[in-house]
Design a protein around this ligand. Structure first.
Ligand code: GLY
Length: 564
């Protein structure tokens, strides 16, 4: 009798263990943009990754488990930004009231140095910080997932299995991905000596299936050996061999000594809500606190959504926040950052002392750069039935990162070194400038804009929000929060309505193409210079309202919401 129970139990266990993607059809899927549910939800940049997260929730995992599995799935089905060769931040509010902020940002390799991207005349060579082997920081993602695991409930093997299957058996590329891979083919060919899975002879076609055998094998090493399956042994050897092909500097020791840091989450009040966000080395939490702090006493609700009055006010606080970012922010483990002052009420009041609601401010711009329009980073938001909320933003930096694929291991390396200030005052790929605070040093983390955020109401999750978009991330999160809290918008509108962005330099308001024409005219009359650009961000939001969970994936991409 006992023996029968044991056999049944073992069979059941095996079934659960291999169940993995059983309920997911990787060859036929669509992007569900909005769902209203009661138990749990996952929103991410790809429908299959959201489905993986949902499956983990249904299998008894909590929001942290689902976030880990969704990130791993994104590394397979969304290689433009999902990754194991990059880094990120996981922010959580657990049902016991604890906030967690896990920093798995990339680190500069030991051989990195302040002027490594300058030529002998001191001129920046931005191609080196953006393209190919030398552009990569030491990846943090896998270490971050293992550090997150202690807040989850399920074994890692179960969380990684869906990603392994998606890599091994393949999945149908979305139409957007087909175009995306084909557009990037030339760069992949230029930056890789060996064939890569993301380039197909004659180009990918609608309905093509992407199989990533080398990536599946790397994921299996991680499943079987833990973080050592990435940072030591075969995978580490392959990374270092890849480095040697293209003047890269990441060594076996850099990989072995990568460290995750658990930080204290940034917390502050705004109009009766508590905002929880990411501290340094992200600039996101500080910028959010500054920007919301500078509008807090201005009755922005009365100004209404995207009128010239509200856009002007938000632009002026964005300008001031980003000027501070350039001057003061960097990795606080390496440089002194006056965080307390920067977010204090007295300082923010003083910052707004010269604010004039009738005319444009001035950034004393010396050079106007351009903001690129890639999707780069990626965000996912998760909530579970127990009320645990997790907000994760993770990145390769530029679109497909350095476009260097680790030969034999099948994953793309980041080009995060460009988030350092290559030379004081020289704009990076997002047009952002910095100074010595964000200068390159061995082991230092480059300043980030990633802003995974959770808004609490009565100590319970009310919004779980974040987005990709480089330096536009903090302004998009800022605007999404104001849209809901002050303008009373639905989550769907807060995510999908047009966004705008000002980052001090260049002294321009960047707007999305469907931005209100009358507001543009009024802003120009005040002296603002406006620049139309492509999409700003891909915001993933979960709202908990009247006992219901409303999950929204941004209309700007393949983003999808799943829940139950
Ligand atoms: N690589 C984008 C960011 O961290 O801000």
């Amino acid at each position: 009798m006992m023996k029968n129970y044991l056999i049944t139990f073992t069979l059941l266990f095996c079934l659960i263990a291999v169940q993995s993607t059983a309920q997911i059809n990787p060859y036929k899927y669509h992007s569900q943009k909005k769902i209203t549910v009661t138990k749990g939800a996952v929103v991410s940049a790809h429908p299959l990754a959201s489905q993986v997260g949902l499956q983990i929730l249904k299998a008894g995992g909590n929001a942290v488990d689902a976030a880990i599995a969704t990130q791993l799935a994104l590394a397979v089905v969304y290689p433009g930004a999902g990754n194991i060769g990059g880094g990120g931040f996981l922010l959580g509010h657990l049902s016991n009231g604890k906030n967690i902020a896990i920093d798995y940002r990339e680190m500069a390799p030991a051989k990195a140095s302040r002027d490594m991207y300058l030529d002998s005349a001191g001129n920046p060579q931005m191609n080196l910080s953006q393209d190919g082997h030398l552009a990569s920081g030491v990846p943090g993602t896998i270490a971050g997932l293992f550090a997150s695991l202690k807040y989850g409930k399920l074994p890692f093997k179960k969380l990684i299995q869906p990603a392994i299957e998606l890599a091994e058996k393949g999945f149908t590329l979305s139409d957007a991905q087909v175009a995306d891979f084909n557009e990037s083919a030339k760069e992949f060919l230029q930056l890789n000596a060996s064939p890569v899975a993301f380039v197909k002879n004659g180009g990918f076609k609608k309905g093509d299936i992407l199989i990533q055998t080398e990536l599946a094998n790397t994921l299996k090493r991680i499943r079987d050996l833990g973080a050592k399956g990435f940072y030591e042994g075969e995978t580490a050897r392959l990374i270092v061999a890849e480095m040697q092909k293209g003047n890269g500097i990441i060594t076996l020791d850099d990989l072995k000594y990568y460290v995750v840091k658990e930080r204290t989450a940034t917390r502050f009040g705004y109009h009766g809500y508590e905002i929880v966000s990411m501290p340094l080395p992200s600039s996101g939490g500080i910028l959010l606190q500054q920007m919301l702090g500078m509008i807090a006493d201005k009755n922005i609700a009365a100004m209404k959504f995207q009128t010239s009055a509200s856009v002007q006010l938000m632009t002026e606080v964005e300008r001031r926040g980003y000027a501070d970012r350039a001057a003061f922010l960097g990795d606080a483990d390496f440089v002194k950052v006056p965080v307390k002052t920067l977010v204090s009420a007295a300082y923010l009041k003083q910052r707004m002392a010269d604010y004039d609601a009738t005319k444009a401010g001035n950034s004393k711009a010396t050079a106007a750069g351009n903001i690129t329009e890639s999707e780069e980073t990626t965000h996912l938001s998760v909530i579970d039935a127990a009320g645990n909320a997790v907000s994760v933003t993770t990145t390769l930096n530029g679109h497909f990162g350095s476009r260097t694929v680790v030969s034999g291991a099948g994953f793309i390396l980041n080009n995060e070194m460009d988030d350092f200030s290559v030379k004081p005052g020289v704009p990076n790929m997002y047009g952002a400038v910095g100074n010595e605070k964000n200068a390159i040093a061995p082991g230092k983390r480059m300043l980030s804009s990633m802003t995974p955020t959770i808004v609490l109401k009565n100590n319970k999750p009310y919004l779980v929000v974040g987005t990709p978009g480089g330096t536009t991330i903090p302004t998009s999160v800022f605007q999404s929060i104001v849209n809901v809290i002050d303008f009373g918008m639905s989550a769907e509108d807060a995510v999908n309505k047009p966004k705008f962005h000002h980052q001090w330099l260049p002294d321009l308001i960047f707007i999305e193409k469907d931005f209100d024409a009358a507001t543009i005219t009024a802003l120009e009359a005040m002296g603002y210079r406006i620049s139309k650009r492509g999409n700003i961000g891909r915001t993933e939001m979960i709202q908990v309202k009247n006992g219901k969970i409303i999950a929204v994936g941004d209309k700007r991409g393949d983003d999808a919401a799943e829940g139950y």
